[in-house]
Design a protein around this ligand. Sequence first.
Ligand SMILES: *[C@@H]1O[C@H](CO)[C@@H](O)[C@H](O)[C@H]1NC(C)=O
Length: 131
Amino acid sequence: MAKLSIIFILCSVVIVSSAVPAAEALKKGPKAVEKWFKKLPQAKEKLNKLHFYFHDTISGKNPTAVKVAESNITSQSPTFFGIVSIADDPLTVGPEPDSKIVGRAQGMYCLASLEELGLLMTFNFVFSDGE
Ligand SMILES: *[C@@H]1O[C@H](CO)[C@@H](O)[C@H](O)[C@H]1NC(C)=O
């Protein structure tokens, strides 16, 4: 139990010691935050480029996105405000729908703006193939 307490205290010290400079950097502005972030030992930048095509089919025999809800003002809204759709869309290597599938985009999107077409999208991108 004593060992566990010591480990907990050490963890707390580590967390507090990295949080304090972050708070100080926050007060100084975005450049200071970036400088603080680059000094973190675990903050090595890593760049990944993902290239795929996202196929969202909303009609036809096999839709991959379906409307599950709308508001009582959606039908009068020029921006379709209030529509909620759920999707399980294939991600492919090429633009053709029958191109090799490398994953799926699973999630939902909502028409979330009263004044213009505005999508709120929340998706998990699940990759099953590709480099
Ligand atoms: C939509 O529903 C709300 C809450 O029930 C109601 O107050 C409002 O009058 C309804 N609007 C329309 C256009 O039916």
